[in-house]
Write a protein that binds this ligand. Sequence first.
Ligand code: UDP
Ligand code: MG
Length: 204
Amino acid sequence: FLPHLVASMEEVEQTYIMIKPDGVQRGLVGEILSRFEKKGFKLTGLKLFQCPKELAEDLHCSLVSCYVFLFFVLGFATLEPRPEGLSETTSLPPRGSGKVCEHYKDLQSKPFFPKLIDYITSGPVVCMGWEGVGVVASARKLIGATNPLNAEPGTIRGDLAVQTGRNVVHGSDSPDNGKREIGLWFKEGELCAWTAVQEPWLVE
Ligand code: UDP
Ligand code: MG
């Protein structure tokens, strides 16, 4: 059991790190990137990207699909009587389906969600894929607590930010989400598999 546990803890993982628009605007890109580089992780993808203002678009799309849906439901309802037991209420489509909404889909019901989407789409972000042994949890430690005032000094948020709504950087919270988020933000051909010459000096 123990050797298996140690082996699984040492697995090479992928994480998605994103410097948020405040980090880019404040000129912190080099500083943030260098913390992951110096730690010994390997960069697999890097790009500057302006997210579309998707919430408004998505809400518009949701409304349109709602109308289309209602059109069909009402059309069929006039042709045939509603079968017994069929609910009279229909659930609305999810609030957004663009890249940022998909990225933060678990937070769609939170009151801060619209502000979060405004924040992430307010300027360019830096999208990064990083690879390494235990990189997911380690990157979360390097980043620090969600609220920068609770983040330890020495962490990115602890050193460089003061407010949850402007916490400069994102990091995946699990290896599965790492893969999912890298797949969401990068297209095929934008990622590089390469061998770093320093690897034998980092991992025995
Ligand atoms: N956030 C916010 N208000 C909150 C909680 C979260 O604005 O009360 C934002 C913040 O930018 C945070 C992001 O939503 O980084 C995602 O929240 P999560 O709880 O996943 O925090 P993280 O994983 O980024 O530390
Ligand atoms: Mg999170």
